[in-house]
Design a protein around this ligand. Structure first.
Ligand SMILES: [Zn+2]
Length: 328
């Protein structure tokens, strides 16, 4: 069995910082991404909270999926994680510590491009440890009304999205791409978040999305035929490209690389979480493999044989099936 993924883990070469407003609060947030050791994964740290434990970027820490994906543990919350996590995933960073001095990741321009540019500017460093990947062996389906999201076997990580809106501006859009290579940077990273202008106004009236403005969100005109942003769209199908970006960022919360093909129809943050929970509930449909130099991989017996507590410190803390499926 082979896979297209690089077998080694990576972190950043050096720390990288930026500053921007929080979408919810409208206040300035300072962000620093730092290199981290092998097998530590992506973790959030709050420099404004004394003695707070680092919060792992993991699906079992999701506390809210409205507007954006919010992670939390007690008083420790971090909102709008998806665009930053998408950039780290697409650039191939496995281990990093993300320091913030507020409870949200800055929205920047509403896309992942500023984060991607930032981490690319410092570069990534290969680490002395192999990647453990979640390899899908049988299709898993999550359905929520007319919203459907599936993941099926594939030897890389392919992401496909489709949306259907009633207006003529968005209408039906489809987009798919494979992670690795330059497609994310060129075709996906710059796609911005979007909303109908009256939705944005309603959020403001309720004291939400105070940092949202035409510099970081596409506002769709009341006439449903154009956008209020003076420079228009960055891609004709920017809407589905942003949905696919969100999907990559949310699925990063599985905590390890994925070998599978995801197809999402009308899905948002809540359905992305639904799929991850469906994966957790279906251990017979996947296995954890360690990637090897020559593109091969081996099923990791050790994780399966560990206690659940021991497995919790590894990349897939949410389950360790009692019996190992037949080795690939
Ligand atoms: Zn988004």
């Amino acid at each position: 069995m082979t896979s297209k993924l690089d077998s080694h883990q990576y972190t950043l070469r050096d720390k990288a910082s930026c500053c921007g407003v929080g979408l919810h609060s409208g206040r300035n947030v300072n962000l620093t991404i730092k290199p981290a050791p092998v097998d530590s994964g992506i973790r959030f740290l709050r420099t404004d909270l004394a003695e707070a434990e680092p919060l792992k970027a993991h699906m079992d820490k999701v506390v809210d999926t409205r507007l954006a994906t919010t992670l939390g543990n007690g008083d420790f919350r971090v909102s709008t994680t998806e665009h930053l996590l998408a950039a780290l995933k697409a650039f191939g960073v496995d281990n990093a510590d993300i320091e913030l001095d507020a409870d949200e990741v800055p929205i920047m321009d509403g896309s992942a491009a500023p984060f991607y540019t930032l981490i690319k500017s410092v570069g990534k460093k290969r680490q002395n440890g192999y990647r453990k990947a979640l390899r899908i062996t049988q299709e898993i389906i999550f359905q929520d009304g007319d919203k459907v999201i599936t993941i099926s076997p594939y030897d890389g990580f392919m992401v496909a999205g489709k949306i259907q809106f009633d207006d003529s501006l968005i209408s039906t859009q489809e987009f798919s791409f494979e992670l690795g290579g330059e497609l994310f940077e060129k075709e996906v990273a710059k796609a911005r978040t979007f909303g109908y202008v009256e939705q944005v106004e309603e959020l403001w009236a309720n004291g939400l999305a105070l940092g949202g403005n035409l510099g970081n969100v596409i506002a769709i005109h009341w006439n449903r035929k154009s956008v209020l942003n003076e420079d228009g769209l960055r891609y004709k199908d920017e809407f589905i490209r942003h949905k696919v970006l969100d999907l990559v960022g949310d699925l990063a919360l599985l905590g390890c690389p994925v070998l599978g093909k995801v197809s999402a129809f009308k899905a948002g943050h809540a359905q992305h979480l639904g799929l991850m929970q469906a994966i957790a509930d279906a251990p017979h449909c996947w296995e954890i493999v360690e990637l090897k130099e020559n593109g091969e991989h081996s099923v990791l017996h050790s994780i399966m044989n560990d206690t659940k507590e021991a497995a919790h410190g590894l990349l897939m803390p949410f389950l360790a099936p009692a019996t190992l499926p037949s080795a690939a």
